[in-house]
Design a protein around this ligand. Structure first.
Ligand code: IMP
Ligand code: MG
Length: 186
């Protein structure tokens, strides 16, 4: 039987077109705010890959890009806000204007942990840009300078976001069918 990725999606939450429109707006806002500067965009792998790739090309001022990789969303990370850094930044960010780029901010625990780590390196400034923001489960509040979309209590996949490492290559953001989320193993 042929199995398409989209067969597992109950509903499209954000179309590819809607995403592109919003990302262009975010790129314009960042370009405006960072005139005369050369910010470093720091992305949290791997969920941020599509957002980073598009946002980057929507920014018209010079930028640098770096990535930090952390262990995936786990019960442990959720409860303690401690995540394992799997890959650190390639370059120092001391004295640099840093924009931290996230896919989803949910409880805020991951963000809080990473922001502490970045802040300790004494950047000239540090702001947050997230593709999606789910406010309903927030535990730690950190100001978010740039935000793509607000996300309701649905678990979503696509455009870089995964469920057990799958679905990242969907070009849109979709809500997974409940039988996939809560059902039998594939
Ligand atoms: P937080 O520490 O609870 O804010 O965790 C945020 C992280 O959880 C994000 O960076 C995502 O990797 C993951 N995450 C949260 N909600 C979703 C979702 O709906 N789909 C996919 N990943 C999610
Ligand atoms: Mg993430």
């Amino acid at each position: 039987m042929e199995h398409e990725l989209s067969d597992d999606i109950q509903q499209v939450f954000l179309s590819a077109e809607a995403i592109q429109r919003r990302v262009q707006e975010l790129g314009q806002a960042i370009s405006h705010d960072y005139q005369g500067k050369k910010p470093v965009l720091v992305g949290a792998l791997k969920g941020v890959i599509c957002f980073m790739a598009d946002l980057l090309r929507a920014i018209t001022v010079p930028v640098e890009v770096d990535f930090i990789a952390i262990s995936s969303y786990s019960a442990e990370a959720q409860e303690q806000g401690v995540v394992r850094v799997v890959k650190d930044l390639d370059r120092p960010i001391t004295g640099r204007h840093v924009i931290f780029i996230e896919d989803v901010i949910d409880t805020g625990l991951t963000l809080n942990y990473l922001m502490s780590s970045l802040r300790a390196r004494q950047p000239a400034s540090l702001e947050v840009c997230t593709f999606l923001n789910r406010g309903s489960r927030r535990i730690i509040n950190i100001p978010i300078r740039y935000k793509g979309f607000d996300l309701p209590d649905y678990f979503v996949v696509g455009y870089g976001l995964d469920y057990h490492e799958g679905y990242r290559n969907l070009p849109y953001v979709g809500i997974l069918k409940p039988e996939i989320l809560f059902g039998k193993n594939s």
